[in-house]
Every structure is written in structure tokens, then in C-alpha cells.
Design a protein around this ligand. Sequence first.
Ligand SMILES: NC(=O)c1ccc[n+]([C@@H]2O[C@H](COP(=O)([O-])OP(=O)(O)OC[C@H]3O[C@@H](n4cnc5c(N)ncnc54)[C@H](O)[C@@H]3O)[C@@H](O)[C@H]2O)c1
Length: 390
Amino acid sequence: MAGTVTNLDAFKENHETKTVNTNRKLKVGIIGTGWIAGAHIENYKKMPDVELVAAADLIPGKAEKFMKDWGYPDAHIYLSGHEMLEKEPDLDAVSICTYNRQHAPCAIDALEHGVNVLLEKPFTVTIEEAVEVMKAEKKSGKILSIGFQPRFNPNMQMIKKIIESGELGKVYYIQTGGGRRHGIPTPFGTSFIEEETAGIGALADIGCYSLDMCLNAIGYPKPLTVSGFKTDYFGKNPSYWTNDGKPANYADLFGVDDFAGGFIRLEGGVMLDFRISWAMHMDTAGDTLILGTKGGMRIPSTECWNGSIGGPLKIYHDVGGTQVEYEIPMKQNTKEGEFFHKIRSFLDAIKNGGTAPVPSSQIVYNQAIIDGLVKSSNLRREIKIKIPEL
Ligand SMILES: NC(=O)c1ccc[n+]([C@@H]2O[C@H](COP(=O)([O-])OP(=O)(O)OC[C@H]3O[C@@H](n4cnc5c(N)ncnc54)[C@H](O)[C@@H]3O)[C@@H](O)[C@H]2O)c1
């Protein structure tokens, strides 16, 4: 199809990474020292082969306080990711923990400086940005891994294993999404709700997780068309905020979606019926349902929908003409937790010359759906999903 990435496998094949000397510690920097940077540093701290050398934040004093609080008073402190990359030529890797709008510029900058990148989700704001990051990745020969820690949760991994086992037959329909009744995130300010910092709301923040759960399980088929819509009825309502004890002007600052949904056609004859919410007048927007020709799977939703599973997976079958259903017992998480493994797998790929644990060649399809849904919603009609040439 003209104007699309036609061969992502070629991208992977040509994309060579180099091993680093494993006898020394990996030098790591953190770009953006807000909320999620805490989860990164907490886990880096547990890794004896990591030296946390630098941190950057646009807000004066923020990175310095962050590093001091985590026990790194001697870390080098910078006022932007760019300044850090210019002045720290020996960095092996950075965690990019900025708000969404700064994902692409910081990732491109780091890759152009020859630094491996662990980039927080969502990949980017637009599909055009995602492709620019992938171009920089390919040119650099460095690793770019996208921060989807649910990939390392044993129950999430079970979903993929069940589908790959053929137990459901051919998957033809997926209902996914879910979300919160009252949960527009403003934990430390308004970076999730302002257009200039977040760019997209619930759709990218938590929508990207449920898309990844399902698309990864079925092998990330290419999205073809989307009919989407999005709304902002709660975020734009001053009483939503005052009821929460927050300033009424958050309604003026609110510049993203708080609810989004869409129908997406995927290559291979799969229909994806998706909805996601930060706020709605309903207790749940539903469980994830995966329908196949031989069986169906129900994945219970959670109140928060941040990439976790609300209870045991349920499988539905016909056996000898009788309808049966059974539960897959929940697996215990690893003792280190999924966030540790998201970082560890990235570092191991750097050390061993491996490939990205959560590769851009998959997540570009996740981003294409999000981007297509925004464009379709703005145009108020179904559109073809177009991914710019790499
Ligand atoms: N994986 C997860 O579980 C998870 C959880 C929460 C947030 N996130 C993601 O992490 C990202 C950050 O979220 P947050 O809650 O920490 O946001 P935040 O607003 O608390 O922190 C972001 C920080 O980045 C800084 N920043 C922005 N651009 C910068 C630049 N160019 N150089 C240096 N610093 C820069 C800001 O000043 C701010 O302090 C978001 O994209 C979000 O989607 C992921």
C-alpha cells in the first residue's frame, strides 16, 4: 500500500546492535524526573551493574532533589535532556520519563548521540513522530525499547501463550479497553491533561496498554482501517475538578480526551472493538473478550486499567457438544516485579547485543491505531490507517 511501512521485518533484519563490554558498569541517565522516574530509579538501584551518572529536568532544582532523595547526591544534573546528552559522552543508556510531547524529541536526540533508549509509553503522540524515532533508531544501530512493563507480567504472558497454543482457533474478534469511572490523572500537576505536554489523554495513557495486551497476544497484525471517536465531557467540566478538591481552572487547561473508542480492522480478518475511559458514568467499560473459532477468552477488567488483569482468565469451549468454561489460575508475579524486568531486559539486550525487548517495529502499530483513531474522530468518518515510509 502506498505511503505505508511495507516491510517491518526488513527494518528488524537490517538493524544491528553492538555488544558493550560487560566487565564495566553501564552508565545510565534519566531524562525527566517526575512521577514515573521514581519507578525507574528504584529498579536501577537494585542492579549492581548500573551506574546512575546523570539526571535532567526542565524545572530548575527538580532533578537535583530527585537524585539527592534517591541517594545520588553526586550525580550530574542538567536542565534538559539535550544538555545531558551533549555533556555526557559516555552514557550507555537513558530512561526517557518525560511527558508524552517530549518523547519523540528526546528519543531522537538520544539515538543521534549514540545512546540506547528506554522510552516510557505511549511511544509518541503522532504516528509521524513514531516513524521519525524509528529512522533515528535504525541509523544509530542502538536499542530502543518502549516501556510496556505489563509484557513482563506472568498473567499477561499467559494470554499470549494460550492464543499461540491454538486453544482458541483462529481469533476473529476482540473487545478490549475498559477504564475508570472517575480517574483523570493529575497526581503532581497537569502534565497528563494539557495539550502541550500530554498531546493525547486516556486513549494514549491507558488505551495503549490494552491495545498492546491484545495485539501482542495475536502477533501484532497490521491495522488497516479505523472508525474512532473521542470526547472530553468530564475534563472540561469545572465541577468534576472542584468535586475532587482541584482548581476549577483545570477544566480550562484540559486539552485532551477523557474517553475514546473505535472499530479497527486488522490484517488477517480480525475486528477490534475498543473503548477506553478516564471518566464515565459507569462502573466498567467491560472485560476484554477474545473470540476464536474453537474457543473464547474473557480477561476481567480492573477499575484502573493500567495494564493489569482483574482476575483469572476464563476460557469458553464446546466439548463433545457441551458448552464448558474453565478458569486459568492466576500466576504469582515474579518477586522482582514487572517494572524491574522491563529495565533488566533492556540492559541485557545492550550488554548481549540483543534486540529490543519491546520493539518499535511492533509498537508502531499500536501508535498507528491511536493516531488513526484521533484523525478519524476529527474527520467524523472511517479512515485508512497510513504509516509513513521509514
Ligand atoms: N509505565 C508506567 O507505568 C507509567 C506510569 C505513569 C506514567 N508513565 C509515562 O511516563 C511519562 C511521564 O509521566 P510522569 O507522570 O512522570 O510525568 P511528570 O509530569 O510527573 O514528569 C515528567 C517530567 O519530565 C520533565 N521533562 C519534560 N521534558 C523534558 C526534557 N526535554 N528534558 C528534561 N526533562 C523534561 C518535566 O519537567 C517533568 O518534570 C508519561 O509519558 C507517562 O505516560 C508511565
